[in-house]
Design a protein around this ligand. Structure first.
Ligand SMILES: Cc1cc2nc3c(=O)[nH]c(=O)nc-3n(C[C@H](O)[C@H](O)[C@H](O)COP(=O)(O)O)c2cc1C
Length: 363
């Protein structure tokens, strides 16, 4: 189970269930997103002590030369399979509340929890990607209030199904449920993650999530953002929540090698039309990426979906991760162009450094 740990820093992997992962690149050796490669990743991540894997829920590619993220393994099926093929790894599933009925989600999550012995978690997405809503024939509510009202009703139903031995009825604004009751139940509380960044998104996260994602420009932002988010959860809902952020890694024996590789995949061979499409959709319909971040960090979108760069030698990458920990973050997700090959080097060189620096305890 993924839980908040005092004086320890959680590390996860973001997006390996997607073709290209989160690197918007045309290089032929870009991540396949295949099950075979993910199976190798489950075993490696488990062996080296990565805490969690966070798949992306995506229903269509972003166009460009590669149709970025065209092929995406379903996050709940994926999480169940990743957990079944590991012993310690927590596998998060990402669910769009507008596209997945809460009775179905409650059943799937309880099943995944049973299969994994309590090692699945839930990332709740209220939705922002308008073309996906159009594909489902569902209106993307223009008001964030409505998006998160639906998400709250959805999660309340899921929780009630898990908690109740009797029938669950709901005559809600968005769901009408008349359910005799669901079994099996999860073995314990399922950890909830959320990445809402609008006012309503943050309220939702403060009320429901154990871990709240926030996109930042760099570790220094944590000094303000982390107390603000954790303080809101505590004051308004009496809850403890950890704050997570995300980064992309290029770690090589020399800084120049790391910079050269970054230039190769995320500049020279970036899929720029796909980068621009992704940024346009995010800028129009989501508030997680502040406008100034969107403007300043086009290159970060090519390199890793707008996440923070962790680029350089093992010493430099470890030092940068340590800054996020010192700034109060509870952990971060990592992405690599080659999740398996590069994680191996990262685990060999960076993880022991983080342990020696006291950032992470040995797993
Ligand atoms: C780490 C992380 C993971 C996310 N995963 C997904 C995802 O898999 N699918 C998706 O549609 N949105 C995903 N999002 C988007 C957020 O859930 C959120 O809907 C979006 O950032 C808009 O926030 P807002 O509703 O507060 O404007 C993710 C965001 C972050 C930071």
């Amino acid at each position: 189970m993924l839980r908040l740990r005092e004086n320890d820093f959680l590390l996860g992997l973001f997006g390996p269930n997607c073709s290209s992962g989160v690197a918007v690149t045309k290089i032929p050796e870009r991540w396949s997103g295949s099950w075979e490669d993910n199976l190798a990743l489950a075993r490696l991540a488990d062996a080296v002590g990565i805490d969690f894997v966070l798949p992306i829920a995506r229903w269509m590619g972003f166009g460009g030369d590669t149709n970025f993220q065209e092929s995406v393994l379903d996050p709940t099926v994926y999480a169940t399979a990743m957990a079944a093929n590991s012993r310690r790894l927590t596998a998060v599933t990402t669910i769009h509340t507008a596209f997945t009925h809460p009775i179905v989600a409650a059943k799937q999550l309880a099943t995944a929890d049973r299969v994994s012995g309590g090692r699945v978690a839930l990332n709740i997405v209220a939705g922002w990607n308008k073309p996906e809503f159009d594909a489902f024939g569902v209106d993307l509510p223009t008001a964030h209030d409505d998006r998160y009202a639906l998400a709250q009703e959805w999660y309340d139903i899921v929780e009630r199904i898990w908690a109740s031995d009797g029938p669950v009825r709901c005559e809600g604004r968005f769901f009408q449920v008349n359910y005799p009751g669901g079994a099996p139940k999860p073995t314990g509380r399922i950890t909830v993650l959320n990445a809402g960044s609008s006012r309503q998104g943050r309220d939702f996260a403060a009320r429901n999530a154990d871990f709240i994602f926030t996109i930042v420009g760099g570790p220094e932002a944590g000094k303000d953002v982390v107390p603000e988010i954790t303080g809101a959860a505590k004051e308004r809902f009496g809850r403890s929540a950890g704050v997570l952020t995300n980064g992309h890694v290029v770690c090589r024996p020399t800084r120049q090698e790391a910079l050269d590789y970054l230039h190769y995949y995320a500049d020279e061979n970036a899929d720029w039309p796909a980068v621009d499409k992704l940024m346009a959709e995010l800028g129009l319909h989501a508030q997680s990426y502040k406008q100034e971040l969107l403007q300043a960090f086009r290159s970060r979108f090519a390199a890793g979906h707008g996440s923070c760069p962790l680029i350089g030698t093992p010493d430099e990458v470890a030092a940068e991760i340590a800054k996020f920990s010192a700034a109060g973050f509870s952990g971060m997700t990592l992405s690599f162009v080659d999740y398996v090959g590069e994680l191996e080097y990262f685990a060999q060189e960076v993880l022991p450094r983080l342990e020696r620096m006291g950032v992470r305890k040995p797993r």
